[in-house]
Design a protein around this ligand. Structure first.
Ligand code: SF4
Length: 375
């Protein structure tokens, strides 16, 4: 039996584990990135490799030490380094003496035959067509439920009366989804999830709204972004992230397979500022910034790994987008040197500034209404 492992990113390990196990593999669960992961990644990666590369490389060392003999990761196309990730990581790890097989799942639109070959290697049990449908249905439901639980936590956290209650409920929801054994159970969990979030005591408060854009790994893995969404929520901010795993899967698997331009509207929104493809999610960062501004968001935060080319390109455009549309902008560059307290201080200052700006605007509109009434 293959002992398979994969990179850790947010709660994606739950549906991925389920899928690989159902396909007849033993799963070696990757640990949540910790100090050891980062130390190992930095030790063996080239110094200027981007931060996600180092975290993923460190994770691979940990899972190979734990007995994995197969590593699965996604590939990529376009001008950023993601397409070369697995090749370079495989070379580094093999030069360290590890014996394993690297399976890269390439985007289906351009590498359909390669992808099918890779998937075949991961099917290690006999399954009927009906089994595939049931596995797919169950895993997709898990994935969408995990995204839903996270979205609800972003909505409720700034309103909670008792600090930390939303995070507690969120963790409970994730644990329930991870334990579910049938589709029917997942449907019940969805109802229970809504009930749990509803039962959180909320205060009468109008949070400021911040959109978050940036590179996929640092967007989706809280340990890579210093738990920015939780920190902002606790500061009274409604946070909306531009990317979730279910949306990413649809645009990178389904849309890509049928050559439908994924996130077409977002790319269209970026068009006046940014016409070229620069790899990663650079263009989406610009398009999503326009989208957030149109929906009246107060601020935008860009999360960018140090040396990430697509986000460096986006960073040169985002201040103009935000200035033209009256939205405050903060860019955070993340790597192994980034300090938690440094990030927290910058976030606190940014949020204070947004609340002050809103107060000032409300005051000036009250004043102008008063002047109108008097004249
Ligand atoms: S998008 Fe940025 S961080 Fe991700 S692989 Fe490309 S260059 Fe590296």
């Amino acid at each position: 039996m293959r002992k398979v492992s994969f990179p850790y990113m947010g709660t994606s390990y739950i549906p991925i584990k389920r899928l690989l196990t159902a396909l007849g593999n033993e799963v070696i669960l990757p640990p949540k990135p910790n100090t050891e992961t980062i130390t190992l990644g930095c030790k063996f990666a080239p110094e200027f490799a981007c931060y996600p590369f180092k975290i993923v490389l460190g994770t691979y060392v940990q899972v190979l030490e734990a007995g994995a003999d197969t590593l699965v990761s996604t590939g990529g196309v376009g001008p950023c380094r993601a397409g070369l990730y697995t090749t370079l990581q495989e070379k580094i790890l093999k030069s360290l003496g590890y014996k394993f097989e690297m399976i890269t799942l390439e985007p289906p639109g351009r590498h359909f035959a390669d992808l099918m070959c890779s998937i075949k290697k991961l099917i290690n049990t006999r399954l009927s067509f009906r089994d595939y449908i049931n596995i797919g249905r169950f895993v997709w439901k898990e994935l969408t439920l995990l995204d839903k639980a996270e979205r609800l936590s972003h909505k409720i956290r700034p309103l909670e009366a008792k600090k930390g209650e939303t995070t507690e409920v969120y963790r409970k929801c994730v644990a329930m989804v991870a334990k579910a054994e049938s589709y029917k159970e997942l449907a019940e969990i969805e109802r229970e999830m809504e009930r749990l979030y509803d039962s959180i005591e909320k205060k009468d408060f109008d949070p400021v709204k911040i959109g978050i854009v940036g590179e996929i790994y640092v967007l989706m893995e809280p340990s890579a972004n210093m738990e920015i969404e939780e920190t902002l929520g606790n500061l009274g901010v409604y946070v909306e992230r531009s990317m979730f795993l279910s949306g990413y899967t649809v645009s990178n698997a389904v849309m890509d397979l049928f050559h439908i331009a994924g996130e077409r509207d977002i790319k269209k929104l970026a068009y006046p500022y940014f016409k070229e493809m620069c790899g990663g999610h650079g263009r989406e960062s610009v398009g999503n910034a326009v989208h957030f501004a149109r929906r009246g968001f107060d601020g935008l935060i860009q999360l960018s790994p140090f040396t990430c080319i697509p986000e460096i390109v986006a960073k040169s455009i985002l201040p103009k987008v935000c200035e033209e549309r009256g939205m405050a902008f903060l860019s955070l560059t993340l790597d192994e040197q980034t300090g938690r307290e440094g990030v927290r201080t910058r976030l606190e200052a940014f949020v204070d500034m947004l609340f002050a700006k809103r107060k000032k605007m409300r005051l000036s509109s009250t004043k102008s209404n008063f002047v109108k009434e008097m004249s």
